[in-house]
Every structure is written in C-alpha cells, then in structure tokens.
Write a protein that binds this ligand. Sequence first.
Ligand SMILES: NC(=O)c1ccc[n+]([C@@H]2O[C@H](COP(=O)([O-])OP(=O)(O)OC[C@H]3O[C@@H](n4cnc5c(N)ncnc54)[C@H](O)[C@@H]3O)[C@@H](O)[C@H]2O)c1
Ligand SMILES: [Zn+2]
Ligand SMILES: [Zn+2]
Length: 380
Amino acid sequence: MKALVYNGPYDVSVETVPDARIEQPNDALVRITTTNICGSDLHMYEGRSTVESGKILGHENMGIVEDTGPGVTRIKPGDRVSVPFNIACGSCRNCLDGWTAFCLRVNPTEGVDGAAYGYANMGPYDGGQAELLRVPHADFNLLELPQGREHENDFTMLSDIFPTGWHGTELAGQRAGDTVAVFGGGPVGLLAAHSAVLRGAARVFVVDKEADRLALAESIGATPVDFSAADPVEQILDATHGRGADCGVEAVGYQAHDPSGTEHPELVLDNLVKAVRTTGGIGVVGVYVPEDPEAADEGAKHGRIGFDYGTFFSKGQHMGTGQCPVLRYNRGLRDLIIAGRATPSFLVSHEMSLDDAPEGYRHFDKRDDGWTKVLLRPGS
Ligand SMILES: NC(=O)c1ccc[n+]([C@@H]2O[C@H](COP(=O)([O-])OP(=O)(O)OC[C@H]3O[C@@H](n4cnc5c(N)ncnc54)[C@H](O)[C@@H]3O)[C@@H](O)[C@H]2O)c1
Ligand SMILES: [Zn+2]
Ligand SMILES: [Zn+2]
C-alpha cells in the first residue's frame, strides 16, 4: 500500500510499504477514504518530537471497514466508520471512567498511558495517512457513520479536532451565556469556537494573527482578536468592560510565539490567566510535552514551563488539560452534524490525493495564507 512516511525534520514522503493487516482477533482493517493533516503532526514534522523515522503518520482517519478479526462482532466489513485518534482497550480503569485518552493497556512505552495512531510516544501503531489502517479493539473504538459519502468533510473532523475543540470548552467549564476566549485560530481553536457557540456562548473571542483564520472565526459568529495588532489581553478586557472572559480555551500549544515569531511556551497560559475573570476556567488542549530538546530555555527542554501560577491561584481559577478522550463526545457530535446543527467542515481549505501530501505538509506548516485544513484522499 501507499503511505506517508516520516523520514526526518521537514522530510516526509509517500512510499510503498507492506499492507496493514489484521494482527489480533479484535482488530479491524479500514480502507481510508479521508485522512487529515493535523497541527499535532507539525510538531513531529518540525523535528520537535522523538518520533522515529519510518513511522507512518496520520491520526485523523475515516473510511470503510475492509475486514475484521474473528473477535469482532459489532463492526462489519462495509461499515463506514470514524476512527478516534485514541486507541483504547475499553476495559481498563481509565477507559471505564471515560478517559480513553489515558488507556492503561495499549501503550507499552514506560510511563505513558494512552496510545494513538502514527504519533510520537503514543505506542507502536502506524498512522492512517495511507490506503489501509489497522484498528485495534475495533468494536470498542470505531464509530459507525451513515452509509454513502454524505457529510464526508464534516465527519472527518470527528476523529480528533471537533471532539478536541469541544473538550476544551468542557475542561473550561463553559456554561450557556458565557463569554469564551479561545487562543489559537487553527483548526482546533476554530472548532473550540464552533463548540462554544453550539453550547450557548453569549460571546466568543478567537485570538490569532493569521488573517485568513481570523476571517473564518468571524464567519462562525466569533469576534476576531489579532494579537499582532495589539496586546490580546487588553483587547479582551476592553471589550468586556475590564471584567474578562468567563472562561478560556488554549488551542495553541508549546510552540506559542509572539508577533515576531519568537517562541515563548508560557505566553498563552499567561494571557489566559489575565484574560479570564476570577474563578473562571481554562481548558488546555494545545499540546505541551515533557521533553522538547529544541526548546529555547533549559527548563522548557524538560517540560518546565513557568507560567503565572501566582495570579492563577489568586484569581481562584481552575485548569483542565490533556489529550481529548474522543469517545466521550463523538457520537453526540456526529448526530449534531446529521441534524444539520454542526458544520465543522467550514474550515476545510484543501482536498488532495495522498501523493500530494508532502506539498500539503509544506504549506500547512508555514501557515501559508488559505491553508487552514488539509484533507487527503488515499483512494483518489
Ligand atoms: N489535546 C488534544 O487532544 C489535541 C488534539 C489535536 C490537536 N492538539 C493540539 O492543539 C494545538 C492546535 O492544533 P491546530 O491543529 O489548531 O494547530 P495550528 O498550529 O494550525 O494552530 C495553532 C494556531 O495558534 C496560533 N498562535 C501561535 N501563537 C499564538 C499566540 N501567542 N496567541 C494566539 N494564537 C497563537 C498560530 O498562528 C496558529 O494559527 C496543537 O498544539 C495541537 O498539537 C491537541
Ligand atoms: Zn489531530
Ligand atoms: Zn483501556
């Protein structure tokens, strides 16, 4: 089969590799119809992770079930499915509690709970930027979709970024009528803003500096805040009579930067502590890592990021963090799409063949104008 392989920093290529296959009785084999490039893939692409060369990337996958192992009873060949980026066993303590992003069983890496497809540190699983994908514990993990091709570009957001955006608002404790500040206008931030609107926000701010992303935020009813024009905290305080937002979502991650492009991993956390009111919540879904060999300062190389914890404490705020347990939300979000209430496809900018994936990576990595979200179609 053809697959997108990581060779080294800024170097990915489409190669012919052995077909993915059923390895365990509970596996399913999925023929990929759509697989997306994610901001999380860029951390690896830029050499800011420990991913090994030769890894097939891709954790935002959907397709048609080609085959199932003898232990699979619910899922059948021919089913159209969304594949959550988390791989989970379904029966460990964390899975039973709904925290499938922290499954205790699926990742043999010492000290890491939780696994994912095609991702650094997340277990020995290949990704789905390929023609075929092996899905462990298929009955538990796979989400069934209506047959056909309808809503393909909406449903493809169910494997990661729509649930992740929703999770950001959940971790922030958003309530109906809240004013919500979302930092980061990438795909995750935009779908956090979409989620906030669906959850009844009175007002949503989206902070970024990319004009195309801010325009998309405005198109879904959010107020764009350009952090390269003026201090985003001042802009949010000015717009809320000095009170600040009721809650906030961090959708940027450890490569947060100032308008000149210089990285400050604590910058967005500090901004959120200032921009959210006393007792408000902050949901951090942007990724932070325990080891970042390329970080600018010694502490950050080992995950020690010095944000304004003193003010955070004094304001009585609370913070939730971590990878999204996709299974908690994806059924409901699928049904919002089917009902026509949610349309996460609004951010799709490019649909490409798998062969063109390296070009997609190049443009998306540079946040080139208009490159908001790239979908790959291995079948085309
Ligand atoms: N927790 C999870 O389960 C999960 C899932 C998917 C993605 N993620 C993470 O979410 C983050 C966002 O993902 P994405 O796909 O939207 O990535 P992205 O890189 O496309 O978007 C990040 C955006 O943040 C903006 N930004 C940079 N510095 C900023 C600042 N100081 N203030 C405001 N905005 C700033 C950038 O201009 C960019 O548009 C990444 O860290 C990704 O790894 C987490
Ligand atoms: Zn992703
Ligand atoms: Zn588990």
